[in-house]
Design a protein around this ligand. Structure first.
Ligand SMILES: [Zn+2]
Length: 190
């Protein structure tokens, strides 16, 4: 019917609005926090549990995009999500919660070891991922879009102590800058 065209325009307007204006709570689950574009797989999280299109992160890392608010310095600072869809809806693979619509105010987590994400009490049982059995202990699980950063900050501190990044990859250790610099210079001269 004639109304169909109208509703499409309305949806487009909403997307444009979210790009131009500050991302609001509902958008945190459907819009990339870096590019303002609608989230499309591959989607990644950072240590704060923010969501990004991997493409936008790659653009940031190669210098095609800049950001004042994002502290991603390496691809190791993000971890890829393994999302479950019910038709076009992003859902929890266990409880089937509609994450975009109902994720705010619920405890939605990303298990970094396997990428599965959903309601914490549904997908994490006995420190294991219910879907695939991967490790889902405190260090390997990050809350998505948390209200407070206390827990994610202490997780990142623990990971740093172990020489790991948010994605559980080994971080490159930088020892005494002057020594590293002179070594680099030596390597260059040789
Ligand atoms: Zn899993």
């Amino acid at each position: 019917m004639g109304n169909d065209g109208g509703s499409v325009v309305k949806r487009k307007d909403l997307v444009v609005k979210s790009v131009r204006e500050k991302v609001d709570l509902g958008d945190l689950w459907s819009v990339c926090s870096l590019s303002g574009r609608v989230l499309e797989d591959p989607v990644v999280s950072d240590w704060q549990g923010k969501l990004y299109n991997k493409e936008a992160v790659l653009e940031l890392l190669i210098g095609e995009r800049s950001s004042d608010t994002c502290d991603i310095k390496s691809i190791k600072d993000v971890a890829e999500l393994n999302r479950t869809f019910d038709s076009t809806l992003w859902v929890c693979p266990v409880s089937r919660l509609d994450i975009v619509k109902e994720g705010d105010g619920r405890h939605v987590v990303h298990i970094v070891t396997c990428g599965h994400c959903g309601e914490r009490e549904a997908v994490v049982v006995g420190e294991k991922c219910v879907v695939c059995g991967s490790d889902a202990s405190d260090l390997t699980v990050v809350p998505l879009n948390p209200k407070s950063l206390d827990r994610v900050k202490s997780r990142l501190d623990h990971l740093k102590q172990k020489g790991l990044t948010h994605s559980l990859a080994k971080s490159r250790k930088r020892r005494r800058t002057s020594q590293t610099k002179s070594k680099r210079l030596k390597d260059y001269v040789q």
